[in-house]
Design a protein around this ligand. Structure first.
Ligand SMILES: NC(=O)C1=CN([C@@H]2O[C@H](COP(=O)(O)OP(=O)(O)OC[C@H]3O[C@@H](n4cnc5c(N)ncnc54)[C@H](OP(=O)(O)O)[C@@H]3O)[C@@H](O)[C@H]2O)C=CC1
Ligand SMILES: O=C(CO)COP(=O)(O)O
Length: 343
């Protein structure tokens, strides 16, 4: 086996009993979170639909999604959804946002009643405009929904590097319990009862990460980058407000925190997608960029709700091939001048 060693269980939560945690999704984030749950002292099962991924994780690696990272023993990977969910105390949904509905449909008949379903994907459903929590509430009405979000690259978390995230649920006590159970030495989980705020922050930052990559790729300069991220954050907060998100939530880990991370690093797949766009490179075959479908639906939501969101509209139009980056810059820079309002 090659790759750096990743410890399996370096810290457990004193006073918290071990849970049986099931992770749905064998990609980069699902595998990283499975490792994080092991370190927090839980028994971990991981469902992946791809038998090759299951076999690879069983052999201590996930070369397709986390190349070069050794997976500590202890994760029970399976393609059998019934076996994955049997007796689970908690389920983490870690497939892409646009696949959540299909993933839950597969899980539905085997999902134990009453256990929390924690959303770890970041996005808004492209076809319906539904937040991911609404999809869970529709398909799994007997399972309380929570969301885990914040600045956390899968490779960083898989390696056990330190970061902080937020775990949100409408029920404050559930959020606090999950945050305590998921926390480990290098994963500090804050809790929040603003589920919608945490979801919106994680979903929309991806759109601006694409924009940031495009600004860099097109050589528009660091000043343009900072101006775009600042005004983008205003748009994020406007859309958040329309969904009932609390502004202070969006100032936190799952809004500003994740925006800072993914708008400044080519380690972000959304940033990398934007970078390729800005450089005029081919986009086909690039890794998952959740901001692509989210930009389209966020732009539609903004129009439907009368929200001023010109950067989101520009990103959606560029991705759609309707305008070029240069045309978008001209349109944004020639808007009527106005007072700087940050709400
Ligand atoms: N990677 C990261 O750093 C972070 C990612 N996230 C979020 O987590 C979510 C997942 O991302 P990530 O793991 O990185 O994505 P990846 O592309 O690395 O992996 C996606 C995984 O989902 C599986 N999948 C896709 N569709 C389905 C389906 N219908 N049923 C079952 N499995 C399915 C894929 O399986 P298959 O191989 O068979 O296609 C694959 O195992 C995204 O919303 C992302 O924004 C959040 C924080 C950090
Ligand atoms: O959400 C992330 C880190 O918090 C991962 O971002 P990317 O999907 O852009 O890589």
């Amino acid at each position: 086996m090659t790759g750096e060693a990743v410890s399996g269980q370096d810290v457990s939560n004193p006073g918290k009993s071990s849970w049986r945690v099931t992770v749905l999704g064998g990609g980069a984030w699902g595998t990283a979170l499975a490792l994080a749950m092991l370190r927090a002292g839980h028994k971990v099962r991981l469902f992946a639909r791809d038998p090759q991924t299951v076999a690879a994780i069983g052999q201590g690696q996930n070369p397709r999604y986390l190349p070069g990272i050794a997976i500590a023993p202890g994760i029970e990977a399976t393609s059998d959804i019934a076996a994955a969910l049997s007796g689970a105390d908690c389920v983490l949904a870690v497939t892409p946002a646009q696949s959540l509905r299909a993933t839950l449909a597969v899980a539905k008949d085997n999902m134990p009643d009453g256990i929390p379903l924690v959303l770890c994907a970041k996005g808004i459903e492209r076809d319906t405009g539904a937040l991911l929590s609404a999809i869970v509430e529709e398909i799994l009405p007997r399972n309380p929904v929570a969301a885990l979000s914040g600045p956390s690259f899968a490779t960083d978390v898989a390696r056990g590097l330190p970061t902080a995230v937020v775990v949100a649920a409408r029920d404050e006590a559930l959020a606090a319990d999950l945050a305590a159970r998921f926390s480990a030495q290098n994963l500090r989980c804050y809790s929040s009862d603003d589920l919608i705020g945490v979801e919106i922050g994680g979903a929309l930052k991806n759109v601006f990460a694409i924009a940031a990559g495009a600004v860099t790729g097109a050589g528009l300069g660091a000043s343009a980058q900072a101006a775009m991220v600042t005004r983008g954050f205003v748009e994020l907060r406007r859309i958040g407000a329309a969904f009932g998100a609390r502004p202070e939530t969006l100032m936190g880990l799952s809004g500003l925190g994740d925006l800072l991370l993914t708008c400044s690093s080519a380690q972000s797949r959304n940033f990398a997608y934007g970078l390729a766009l800005g450089q005029g490179k081919a986009l086909a075959g690039l890794p998952l960029a959740e901001g692509v479908p989210t930009a389209a639906i966020a732009a539609r939501i903004a129009v439907e709700r009368g929200i001023d969101a010109p950067i989101i509209a520009a990103v959606a139009a560029i991705l759609d091939g309707a305008i070029t980056i240069s045309q978008a810059v001209t349109a944004l820079m020639t808007r009527p001048l106005k007072t700087e309002t940050n709400d």
